[in-house]
Write a protein that binds this ligand. Sequence first.
Ligand code: SF4
Length: 360
Amino acid sequence: MALQTVLLAEPRGFCAGVDMAIKALAWMVRIFEPPVYCFHEIVHNQLVVDRFERLGVRFVDDISEVPPGAPIMLSAHGSAPEVVDAAYARQRVVVDAVCPLVTKVHHEARRRAEQGYEIVYVGHAGHDEAVGTLAVAPESMHLVESESDLPALFSDIGDDAPVALLTQTTLSTDEWDGVLRRTQSQYPQLWTAGRSDLCFATTNRQAAVRAIAPRCDAIIVIGSANSSNTLALAHVAAEAGCPMVQRVNGADEIDMDALHSASVVGVTAGASAPEDVVQAVVERLNPVVGVERVRVTEEDEYFPPPRGLRELMPLVEILSAFSVGGDPRAARSGGSFTDDRNVDTALTLGALSARSVGQS
Ligand code: SF4
């Protein structure tokens, strides 16, 4: 049977934090001679990383690999305080593209630690966001990856100190709910954020998948294997009753044979997966009846460029106008940098992808 319908989950793909980080790095590669350095992958998506590498960005996992004075960007996942300090100590231009919602969790970790709390942090060991957040208050924070880690932790923490619960922003709501319930029952005075630390982009994309899952014979989740929110989407799709879930980096990875009896296939994308990949996936699925968009909520959040880039703004406006062929006078009086909110990240990425190092 030919595949009849694709259900396209909305929202999906790039979130406000990823938009901000990609646009900021795009400015860096247009303004500075290569190489521009980036601490950790700017976002967890191999296609995005590959595109920036072709533009002369070098991704490093240690600040000491960056030549002193070279421009550097710190990734959207947030960096450990010692990494941020080392970057500012060594480099002339530092742009920290940490998502403000990750910064909020760092701030809470610091605050609760200063107040004497033991902090239970729910996250994935080794994930960039978890590594950065745990480093904010290493003496007070305890990583748990699942409910099964809790009994041993409760016995370590004991009953004397106040306890707070924080989380990585991109977990599935199921992972979070279980740990929350159990920790609350152990510590009735538990402090946790009024609304969980799971960010709006995470919960919105999961709600959209939950909405389509019962109608789908299969769901394609687009995103990289190291993207926490992508894996959470796949988990939610399966938990919500979809009998088959395929996580793919791109259209060429879809197992079409496995879809031979599927009539309705859902499509979603993690917060760092580009929209052109979504369109390529839909084209490959080639539904007979067509595409139905299923929108669960509007998302109009916007994060302005990172402070380090805003401080460069006068220089950025003039240099960028020359480097992208615009009129510097127009740029000074309200060019594209000041219109950042309306700049389409996917288009920016696509336009840059057409270039490589050495081209303008
Ligand atoms: S997924 Fe959430 S926390 Fe992560 S960059 Fe996007 S908005 Fe920020």
